[in-house]
Design a binder for this molecule. Structure first.
Ligand code: NIG
Ligand code: FE
Length: 403
């Protein structure tokens, strides 16, 4: 396919550039008035229209921008049922932690998921994948974490594997057995961690069904010591970690993630000096902000501006899940990062493409416009300027997701 007269080809990072940090995040490389050629699903060539080598064209993109498809490096999009009533309880004054303490929250989703068949879960998740595709997502990480026993965690991971087979999105799967302590282990958190280490991780590893292992390392969930045991076990099988941390309190999750070479540490609403320093020492661990969770829970936003100003890289992801962020719209995530955390639109684009690809181990192939890379692209609607993508919030400014 030959696409011509593109107003701007955005995100043409060099082939060896797998993440971008600090001030460079705003300097997203753009070719103005360009053409791009896709051959057999691969970006064959692109450049300025001044050097356009052909007479023919398949798609006239006058007035439109072409970008790498969004990479959403953190979702829980396989779930059995929405939790709108908890949302209403929060409007009335309960906190996310209050709801979790009285047995709702994640455990509510666990009850619902255990009761549903693999087929039903697949059908619902397929609709969500189709929805995020329409708003520009081309690569997505999907976590388990609503099964909390071997049978149901495997059920979720099989649904994710089936989505990978049956859709054209690139999908990475993550085992999140340590998302909460299930009801049958209430009062025996360590027993549940033992079970994860003894039974769940070895079986999941044997089936090769998870790319990464995640832990909700936070106050009221799993401790740093629990998290270390789980990450170490996963590493024995060559599976890298990604963690949820510093959402409810700064208990040392970021520092551990950096020490253990995790691919990303996500949430980060409660950063402290030790967490900043750990990230500065460990560029292999991508700091990942989830501003839709802050928006929806009414908790502080991740201090993205301070992170970038200190020279760190930042990725953005949706956290699409039924409790804290029931949306996978990466355009809205970008708007929130800009309006609520002082990110520049160009920084938000870098964070939602190249850096979020890095946060799921895909930045060699995704998140940038590069010759020879898979053509995971999006074409915007006709827009007056690039910033309009996030400025015009609530609309879908993506015309086509090409995968
Ligand atoms: O990333 N913080 C922990 N886990 C999810 C929420 C999951 C849920 O509430 O169902 C998150 O926000
Ligand atoms: Fe999450």
């Amino acid at each position: 396919m030959i696409i011509t007269n593109i107003k701007g080809i955005v995100g043409c990072w060099q082939a060896d550039c797998e993440r971008v940090a600090g001030a460079e995040m705003a300097q997203i490389p753009i070719v103005e008035n360009g053409y791009l050629i896709v051959e057999e699903g691969v970006v064959h060539d692109f450049g300025s229209m001044d050097n356009f080598p052909f007479e023919r064209e398949d798609f006239d993109a006058t007035g439109r921008y072409l970008l790498p498809a969004f990479c959403d490096s953190h979702t829980h999009l396989i779930y059995a049922a929405p939790r709108a009533s908890e949302w209403v309880d929060r409007i009335k004054g309960l906190s996310y932690e209050d709801i979790a303490r009285r047995g709702g929250g994640i455990l509510n989703s666990v009850d619902a998921l255990r009761a549903k068949s693999e087929e039903e879960l697949y059908a619902d998740a397929l609709c969500r994948v189709a929805e995020i595709r329409q708003t520009g997502t081309g690569a997505v990480e999907i976590k388990s974490g609503y099964g909390l026993d071997l049978e149901n965690e495997l059920k979720m991971l099989r649904v994710a594997a089936r989505l990978r087979e049956s859709t054209d999105l690139t999908i990475r799967t993550t085992l999140l057995a340590a998302h909460a302590v299930p009801r049958e282990y209430q009062g025996n958190r360590e027993g549940y961690v033992d079970y994860i280490i003894r039974d769940i991780i070895p079986s999941v590893a044997a089936q090769g069904i998870a790319d990464y292992v995640d832990v909700f390392c936070d106050e009221g969930f799993f401790t740093v010591a629990d998290t270390e045991r789980i990450l170490d076990k996963a590493l024995q099988y060559g599976i890298r970690g990604k963690i949820h941390s510093n959402e409810l309190a700064a208990i040392g999750g970021v520092e551990l993630a950096c020490t253990k070479g995790c691919l990303s540490a996500d949430h980060l609403e409660r950063m402290n000096q030790a967490a900043f320093e750990a990230f500065a020492r460990s560029p292999q661990t991508m700091p990942t902000a989830l501003p839709a969770a802050s928006f929806f829970l009414g908790i502080p936003y991740t201090p993205i501006r301070g992170m970038i100003d200190r020279g760190l890289a930042v990725a953005l992801a949706s956290d699409f899940n039924p409790g804290s962020a029931p949306s996978g719209n990466m355009q809205f995530v970008g708007t929130l990062a800009c309006t609520q955390a002082s990110m520049l639109p160009t920084e938000a684009l870098t964070a939602s493409t190249l850096n979020s690809a890095a946060a799921m181990g895909l930045s060699h192939s995704h998140g940038a416009i590069r010759r020879g890379a898979p053509a995971a692209l999006l074409i915007t609607k006709i827009m007056p300027c690039l910033d309009y993508l996030y400025y015009n919030f609530g609309s879908n400014n993506i015309a086509h997701t090409l995968l």
